[in-house]
Every structure is written in C-alpha cells, then in structure tokens.
Design a protein around this ligand. Structure first.
Ligand code: MG
Length: 179
C-alpha cells in the first residue's frame, strides 16, 4: 500500500521560502488560487501573523489570485491569522485529508486544475494536496524550533526531502543541458 502511495509524498517543486516565489509566473501559467499552510510556511511555528505575511498575501491578491489559508490548527488561531492577513481560511483541515483542500477551493471558486498549494510538511501538506489532486510546492521550514510532535515527523521526512531535492537538482541539470 505504501508503495502505491509513495508518489503522493512528492511535491511538484521545492522552494526555500514562500516569500521568494515568482507568483506572476504561476498566474501566467493559468493558476488562479493559492492555498497556504501557516506554521513554518508563512510564519514560525505557532507565531501570529506578521507584516511580511500580510504583505505577501496582498501581493498575491494584487496579481489577481484568490487565496485561502489552510491549517490543521484550531479555529481561534486560524481565524485570527486569516483576519490579520485578510484571507479566507479553513481551520481543523485534517490534512492529509483532501476535504480541507476542497473546501478551500470552493471558497476561492477555483478547481484542482488552477489551484496551487504551498506547505512545509510531507505527511500532512504534500500528501493532502496530492490526495486532492492539486499542484503542490514544498517549502523549507521557517523555524527549526518546533513542537515535539512535529519534530518526530521530521525524522521520517528527512530522507524523503533529501531524495526530492536530489531529483529537483537532476531535473535542473537536465533542463540546462537541453538549452
Ligand atoms: Mg506547517
């Protein structure tokens, strides 16, 4: 079973930071909705929304994107965050279930063909986005100072992330050669 699902642990792309992505390019490629994880993607683990996050979402909306915050955290935290950055949100998303992703798309009036997702965890974020059939991007974590529960998951994630980065590196080399 795990073998069949292995593919679902792989993102389409790996990035260093959500703040360094060329969103215009994704708009030009036809994407219209962006779903964003909070912890370790937009801000450090359990940190409140900050100016940087607010500015990023403003920038995405200015291009034309619809946005939605998607988190497994509770209502209080996610609502406060969503309000601060002025974005719709889905709390208690139960990632890797595809349900939260589907709710987020309904809120944005987008579908799996034109929605992208960015998150920092393989077993919740990436697996969930792939379960929902959405283009997904894995970002490096913002803060290594995480809760114990997440830290344990990282031990299992590390070899997969390493492999993903290796593949990404190879792909880059291949495309360079073609040019
Ligand atoms: Mg996260």
């Amino acid at each position: 079973m795990f073998r069949n699902n292995k593919k679902k642990l792989f993102p389409k792309k790996v990035i260093k930071s959500v703040y360094a992505l060329d969103y215009q390019r994704y708009w030009d490629r036809g994407f219209r909705g962006i779903i964003l994880d909070i912890d370790n993607t937009l801000v450090a683990d359990n940190a409140p929304a900050n100016r940087k996050a607010k500015k990023l979402i403003r920038k995405q909306k200015k291009i034309g994107f619809k946005t939605c915050i998607l988190s497994n955290s509770d209502k209080e935290r996610v609502r406060a965050f969503g309000k601060k950055v002025k974005s719709p949100y889905v709390y208690k998303a139960h990632k890797p279930s595809p349900r939260g992703f589907e709710r987020a798309m309904r809120k944005m009036h987008t579908d799996r063909s034109n929605t992208l997702f960015i998150g920092d965890q393989i077993f919740t974020d990436i697996l969930g986005a792939n379960n929902a059939g959405i283009y997904c991007i894995l970002t490096d974590v913002i803060d290594e100072n995480e809760r114990k529960q997440v830290k344990i998951k990282r031990i299992f994630e590390r070899p997969i992330v390493k492999k993903i980065k290796k593949i990404a590196e190879l792909r880059k080399k291949m495309t360079k050669k073609k040019k």
